[in-house]
Design a protein around this ligand. Sequence first.
Ligand SMILES: *[C@@H]1O[C@H](CO)[C@@H](O)[C@H](O)[C@H]1NC(C)=O
Ligand SMILES: *[C@@H]1O[C@H](CO)[C@@H](O)[C@H](O)[C@H]1NC(C)=O
Ligand SMILES: *[C@@H]1O[C@H](CO)[C@@H](O)[C@H](O)[C@H]1NC(C)=O
Length: 394
Amino acid sequence: MASLKSHFFATLLPLLLLLHFPTVSFAQTLFVFGDSLYDAGNKQFLSQNRVDASFPPYGVTVGQATGRWSDGSIVPDYLADFMGIPHISPILQTTADFSHGANFAVADATVLGSPPETMTLSQQVSKFLENKNKWTNQTCSEAIYLFYIGSDDYLNYAKNNSSPSDDEKQAFVDQVITTIDSQIKAVYGAGGRKFALQNLPPLGCLPVVKQASGDVQECVKLPSEMATLHNNNLLQLMVKLSRELNGFQYSFYDFFSSVQNRVIKSKTYTFETGIAACCGTGSLNGTGCSVDNVCTKPEEYIFFDGKHLTQEANLHVGHLMWGADPEVVGPNNLRELMVLPLDITVILANIQEAMAAMRPRQRKIESLYDIKKMESEMENHWLYQFNEASSFMI
Ligand SMILES: *[C@@H]1O[C@H](CO)[C@@H](O)[C@H](O)[C@H]1NC(C)=O
Ligand SMILES: *[C@@H]1O[C@H](CO)[C@@H](O)[C@H](O)[C@H]1NC(C)=O
Ligand SMILES: *[C@@H]1O[C@H](CO)[C@@H](O)[C@H](O)[C@H]1NC(C)=O
């Protein structure tokens, strides 16, 4: 049965798609923008100082520290795996092969402001535009543009402002969203059509934030509130852009709920704990991760250090972005976004519908995760054949 089914997908489905959409093509290129969650090594090239992620225990699970802020692989690595392309190299590693895209993300990146030794979102997009001649126009249109940024903007804001009014909070979020808006339009202007966004987690639940507050039980309110406000506005921006810009396609992943569910009910999601980090010192191992204070089983933790996920948690995120339902990622997941013909805009009728599609229905997601995991792996398998079949036919 299984082989019959995959035979069907490998041979007939590409044919059907080609008949319906003569211009069908598959994204084989990934451009990555963001902060340390997506940094594949860029920080090492910008920093005069020691970059922690260049040394163990970072990379400990894969036996190599590469500048990734985890014990192993990060989300863009898994997404590249699922797309059937090599891991995407940091743009600052100038000798790397960029034929399948480039990673512009760098630790400490923000949307606003310009902390030293990093690149803001605008600087990352400029870097992409400067390098655009590395890829053909067609490659740039078919590519997936992946974004995760803003957590340091809001963590810094919460540090500086202890009790802002609702208007003040909204004004700050508006500044961040306005900049994201113009940067996404700059990428669209350069031919980009397929955008994938990972929203912000409950920032007040990060071990480093809780530890600093002195209350290890409760997630800190303001940073999580800012994240929620940001996430709502970011989704509204996606809906707006898909109305304004011809052929604008997107995938919006609700990382907030994924982290919240795993922090609250770690064991349901195969983790031992979502409270403390695997590596570091202090009540929650929130800071100062080093070889002297790393746990023996990172896969039991959601957080590797006070701010970053373990490889295991990154794998969950990768699977969910790639293959989960609209409750978790919508209106398209990445697997769908990748094969969506260009010039088709998938628009949700209105903002209420978009919000409803994103609202987590926890009960279902829980039973869904493992099934999705298996499915994603299966799909990955047939997509691989699918690619081979279609490139043969084209
Ligand atoms: C690529 O697109 C740019 C506009 O973004 C255009 O000026 C240029 O002529 C295009 N190049 C080719 C080879 O079509
Ligand atoms: C926080 O305060 C510092 C120091 O005054 C300032 O440089 C930074 O821009 C502020 N950040 C935010 C997000 O308000
Ligand atoms: C902090 O990390 C150590 C390893 O250094 C680990 O044994 C311990 O369980 C962690 N703390 C918590 C609260 O999990």
